[in-house]
Design a protein around this ligand. Structure first.
Ligand SMILES: Cc1cc2nc3c(=O)[nH]c(=O)nc-3n(C[C@H](O)[C@H](O)[C@H](O)COP(=O)(O)OP(=O)(O)OC[C@H]3O[C@@H](n4cnc5c(N)ncnc54)[C@H](O)[C@@H]3O)c2cc1C
Length: 492
């Protein structure tokens, strides 16, 4: 039986491990932290459950497929619950915009804000559907190993004007600024600046409408636990709390994986789900290839980090939907501050997560759990002492949520803590504390991203946000399909 090692138990690593184990490869997942999930880690405090990262589950089919491979059903291990509206967007002037895949309701919402933009929205939806077909269905799980694969995709990219930004494309269809923001902010969910990310990312709109927005009962952490349970049921092995220190190579082959505890094993193939810079610079640092790739990656653009305030409050809030975007007074200027200038702005836009409105099990009876997230520049652009500044930003974020939604928020708080860029760097080995790895811009997409198989070390593979197609659960789970295909062909 051939043996494979997957370094890292993020969504991409677990999806890859399930695919390999389902195909008869004896697979071991080695994870540095005490719990699996990576960005989808979680904490339990005073009866509240706080998911650290992903909360919007889209394209549930890409997850269901991981169970179907071996004749199982995802429902054996996890319940997925629909979320509606998908998001409520809110602006400082009090305007709300509810967005869902109920066509009639969505049109009513658009008409309420800008009736003249309905026809433009229809055209935008057609555009989004076309790029979804091309960029997600056709190319979302294809490995771009050589430049010719990029050339093959070029005519479609040109036809869809992939050189334009999402915001510019949306603006060519709708005139109202609020609607422009509402239909372009999605790239932020995968680390992209709507002003510079390729218009191909407009596919997220169709992706959400096609597959819906879902919530895993008990939290995203339960979905991670379900993936682990399924993997172990198939015979896979998960080794937690044991960071990999070295990937040993001999010539153009990986030979062994060595961890901090002294565990060292030989494998036929090794895939890293860890941060791509950490993998090349630290784990492969002893090989010339590791140093060469680390130099190359250091010149790339890295996506921003995030500052997340987790809090549990007294009371129930049926009027606050599960997902809210609280836009600030600026859009373009705020994005420039985060992506270009690396300053900590006075204003911010908040993504507010309120799981207890869908799933009361996330908090003790009569209480609610939330997280409020703001994008912030990564550590290289904004080298501030987050330990010192964190409490102040936490208060400002909570003040803003209080001002717009929960007036006596500070009196109601039962427990709270925050997660800052420094934590991403220390807990996840994330380069510059980036929350989404390499920034998703056209010149860092597909072949220009880290390849699913290393060009020089033949049995070394990558999976996760740093590879094609990029961050987000559907992205890394689709990427795992591409990596698994390569590994299975090579191991045959
Ligand atoms: C706050 C937040 C909210 C998000 N919201 C959403 C959302 O709503 N919907 C969505 O689809 N996406 C969302 N995303 C994006 C999504 O969570 C990520 O893109 C995705 O989970 C990344 O998966 P990954 O496979 O790249 O692995 P990661 O989650 O990055 O995991 C990598 C793993 O490798 C481990 N590792 C690192 N170094 C070592 C080592 N030396 N040895 C062993 N293990 C190691 C790490 O501990 C980690 O567990 C969000 C991200 C964040 C941060």
């Amino acid at each position: 039986m051939k043996r494979a090692c997957v370094i890292g138990a993020g969504f991409g690593g677990l999806a890859l491990a399930i695919r390999l184990q389902s195909s008869g490869i004896a697979t071991t997942v080695v994870e540095a932290r005490d719990k699996p999930g990576g960005r989808a880690y979680y904490w339990e405090r005073e009866g509240f459950t706080f998911d650290a990262g992903p909360t919007v589950i889209t394209d549930p089919d890409c997850l269901k497929e991981l169970w179907r491979l071996s004749g199982h059903d995802i429902a054996e291990d996890i319940e997925l619950m629909p979320v509606s509206p998908f998001y409520r967007m809110n602006w400082p002037d009090g305007t709300n915009f509810d967005y869902s895949n109920d066509e009639a309701a969505l049109r009513r919402e658009i008409a309420r804000i800008a009736p003249d933009d309905i026809a433009g929205y229809e055209s935008f939806f057609e555009y989004s559907s076309a790029v979804y077909q091309e960029g997600y269905i056709k190319l979302g799980h294809v490995p771009f190993l050589d430049f010719s694969s990029m050339l093959k995709a070029a005519p479609a990219l040109a036809r869809h004007q992939a050189f334009r930004s999402v915001y510019s494309m949306v603006s060519s269809f709708v005139d109202n600024e609020k609607l422009r923001e509402a239909f372009s902010f999605h790239t932020l969910l995968v680390g992209g600046n709507p002003m510079t990310a390729s218009s191909i990312y407009a596919l997220i709109h169709k992706l959400e409408k096609e597959g819906g927005v879902w919530w895993a009962k008990g939290g995203t952490n339960r979905l991670v636990a379900a993936m682990v349970k399924h993997f172990e049921r198939l015979g896979g092995v998960v080794r937690l709390h044991d960071p990999v220190l070295h990937i040993h190579t001999l010539g153009d082959r990986v030979t062994e994986v060595e961890t901090a505890s002294g565990w060292q094993e030989r494998f036929d193939a090794v895939a890293s789900n860890a941060d791509v810079m950490h993998s090349y610079r630290d784990l492969l640092g002893a090989s010339p290839r590791g140093a060469q790739m680390a130099r190359k990656l250091a010149r790339k653009r890295w996506s921003p980090s995030l500052f997340v305030v987790h809090f549990g409050v007294e009371g129930s809030w049926p009027g606050i939907p599960h997902h809210m975007i609280l836009f600030g007074p600026r859009y373009k200027g705020l994005l420039e501050d985060i992506y270009e200038h690396g300053v900590l702005p006075q204003d911010f836009s908040i993504y507010l997560h309120h799981p207890t409105v869908t799933d009361p099990s996330m908090a003790p009876p009569g209480k609610s759990s939330f997280y409020a997230l703001i994008p912030v520049a990564h550590l290289a652009k904004l080298p501030i002492d987050w330990e010192q500044i964190g409490p102040m930003i936490e208060k400002r974020v909570l003040d803003e949520v209080g001002r717009r939604l929960i007036p006596d928020i500070h009196d109601r708080i039962v427990t709270k803590f925050h997660y800052a860029p420094r934590d991403f760097a220390l807990d996840l080995n994330a380069y510059h504390g980036s929350a989404f790895s390499l920034e998703p811009i056209l010149t860092q997409s597909a072949w220009f991203r880290v390849h699913n198989r290393d060009d020089k070390i033949k049995n070394l593979y990558f999976v996760g946000a740093g590879t094609h197609p990029g961050a987000g659960i559907p992205g890394v789970v689709g990427g795992a399909k591409a990596t698994a295909k390569l590994m299975l062909e090579d191991l045959r």
